[in-house]
Design a protein around this ligand. Structure first.
Ligand code: IMP
Ligand code: MG
Length: 181
């Protein structure tokens, strides 16, 4: 009758998730050097778990900063409205920036973030997302690193929520229909 009973199925088990985060980090390790001192921009709240695991596998000097973006209400359908609720502490002009996101669905949120960050003239701007739902895309966004492409299902866990809950599940799962309804 707890958290785990609300899960209908596990889409990506914890060990598979952890192995992929490690291999993504290895790819990213090839791209930056200590002198680049890139800024990892974590999109809150969803990406906090992913960032926490990713950053510990990176072997170059880097800084982390956070942005809170609101794009969804408390349900599973996009409100279509994207807003910055909390902006970066750092000025990114001339910096190498790597955006770390949990999931790209329609692409609207990331499109907004990219267009916004570009106006601040970073030296480079790359995007890393743990999950992507290509079949849902409405706006094409350039993704540099994608952990997993997943089907059109609403997923929770590893930072992703339904109505702010389930972020602490260590895997990516799908909820039972009666829970989401
Ligand atoms: P987009 O703007 O449609 O690409 O939506 C991106 C945002 O919607 C993500 O940052 C998530 O916060 C949220 N989102 C999209 N799909 C899911 C999902 O399956 N589970 C949980 N959150 C999701
Ligand atoms: Mg998000």
């Amino acid at each position: 009758m707890g958290l785990y009973d609300d899960v209908a199925k596990i889409l990506i088990p914890e060990d598979v998730l952890q192995a992929r985060v490690r291999s993504l980090a290895e790819e990213i390790n090839h791209l930056y050097r200590d002198d680049d001192f890139p800024l990892l921009v974590c999109i809150l709240k969803g990406a906090f778990v992913f960032l926490a695991d990713l950053t510990r596998h990176l072997n170059f000097r880097h800084e982390v900063d956070f942005m809170v973006i609101s794009s969804y209400g408390s349900g599973t359908v996009s409100s279509g409205v994207v807003r910055i609720l909390l902006d970066l502490e750092r000025n990114i002009e001339g910096r190498h920036v790597l955006v770390v996101e949990d999931i790209i669905d329609t692409g609207r949120t990331m499109d907004y973030i990219i267009r916004n960050l570009r106006t601040r003239h970073p030296n480079s701007l790359r995007i890393c997302t743990l999950l992507s739902k290509p079949s849902r895309r409405e706006i094409d966004v350039p993704l540099d690193f994608v952990g997993f492409e997943i089907p059109d299902e609403f997923v929770v866990g590893y930072g992703l929520d339904f109505a702010e809950a389930y972020r602490n599940l260590p895997f990516i799962g799908v909820l039972k229909p009666e829970v989401v309804r």
